[in-house]
Write a protein that binds this ligand. Structure first.
Ligand code: NAD
Length: 331
């Protein structure tokens, strides 16, 4: 089988590529390396069934030839940070919305058998209910969330109109080795781990009682492969860990140490927690890696995080200025 992975040099994409190669697929990666890196594919770079092509998914001409003969497209390419999406919404629309349109058009023209879209739980914004089901109201709080949701709409629309086999998986807080390693302020592990390595205080947002559904990357890969091999079509499915864990618990699992509290940010929920009953019922998939084990694995891969910025109260305040400015309540 030939698989095409957009964003395959990124965090989740590179884990997916390794797994697809292990299972004897031919794999083509399209990535513009805006955030991903060939280093993420180091373990498989010499594999004879792997082709890595530098290309921007929003540029039809440069991606079109690579769809020929592809069985499954895993569409993961996207710009994926909150603050830059507030500062540069145009780039986010180009990559995440227009890029998704181009990927769907290329997949349609090449008669690809199936497309899987990496959607985001950020579409639920601050949900009324947790665990949050796929039926919950869509409330994107910032341009990243909006562009990922619009991408999902394109994928599902192409499924309906052009009778393509498409499915969308809404990931909740994915973590694991190689977690996105560019320098932007963002996901909690890439803030805490460099702080831990360098003996700096862990910067806890608010009082740390807020909880997140942290999903280990291998569980996400397994969910994608399970859906790709199933008969499902035109489904939107949450992918989470089955639990929600407080930031204070994460601090403890990382071994505790010095901490400092920083202001809570606007537009963020107190709890993210996926209702995963739909994917369980339809595919039998179940998350396998509990947070205690996942954090243990991360602690063995600290070198992945050692070159990242060591955030402090001051640098975070500066980096999140636009977050507070635009998403904060109006006076
Ligand atoms: P990542 O930044 O590591 O990977 C995204 C990859 O896409 C990068 O390699 C980047 O270079 C590439 N890319 C960006 N714009 C591109 C373009 N225009 N053309 C070609 N390549 C482009 O992020 P990730 O965490 O691995 O996320 C992968 C996907 O999963 C994204 O679509 C993201 O929105 C989605 N997702 C991630 C999470 C999470 O917690 N990590 C949660 C929900 C959804």
């Amino acid at each position: 089988m030939k698989a095409l992975v957009t964003g395959g040099a990124g965090f989740i994409g590179s884990h997916l590529v390794e797994r697809l190669l292990e299972e004897k697929n031919e794999v083509v990666v399209l990535d513009d390396f805006s955030n991903g890196s060939p280093k993420n594919l180091r373990s498989v770079q010499a594999h004879r069934s792997l082709t890595v092509q530098k290309a921007d998914v929003s540029d039809r001409k440069s991606i079109e030839p690579f769809f020929s003969g592809v069985d499954t497209v895993y569409h993961l390419a996207a710009l994926a940070d909150i603050v830059p999406s507030i500062q540069h919404p145009d780039a986010y629309f180009r990559s995440n919305v227009h890029g998704t349109f181009e990927v769907m058009e290329c997949a349609r023209q090449a008669r690809v058998n199936r497309v899987l879209y990496a959607a985001s739980s950020s579409c639920y914004g601050i949900p009324d209910r947790t665990p949050t089901s796929e039926e919950s109201e869509i409330r994107p709080e910032y341009p990243y969330a909006l562009t990922k949701f619009l991408g999902e709409q394109i994928v599902m629309h192409w499924g309906r109109v052009y009778k393509m086999n498409v499915n969308s998986l809404r990931f909740f807080n994915v973590y694991g080795p190689r977690a996105r390693t560019h320098g932007t302020y963002g996901a909690v592990f890439k803030v805490f781990l460099p702080q831990k390595i360098h003996g700096a205080s862990l910067t806890i947002v608010g009082d740390g009682t807020q909880t997140r559904d942290f999903t280990y990357v291998s569980d996400v890969i397994e969910a994608m492969l399970t859906v790709a091999r199933s008969d499902l079509r035109n489904e939107i499915l949450n992918v989470g860990s089955g639990r929600t864990v407080s930031v204070n618990t994460i601090v403890q699992l990382l071994g505790g140490g010095k901490t400092v509290h920083i202001p809570k940010r606007p537009g963020e929920p107190d709890c993210t927690f996926a209702d995963i009953s739909k994917i369980r019922r339809l595919t039998g998939w179940n998350p396998k890696v509990p947070i205690e084990e996942g954090v243990g694995i991360l602690l063995k891969h600290l070198e992945d995080f050692k070159d990242l910025p060591v955030w402090t109260t001051d640098t975070i305040e500066k980096a999140t200025e636009d977050w507070f400015r635009y998403l904060g309540k109006e006076e």
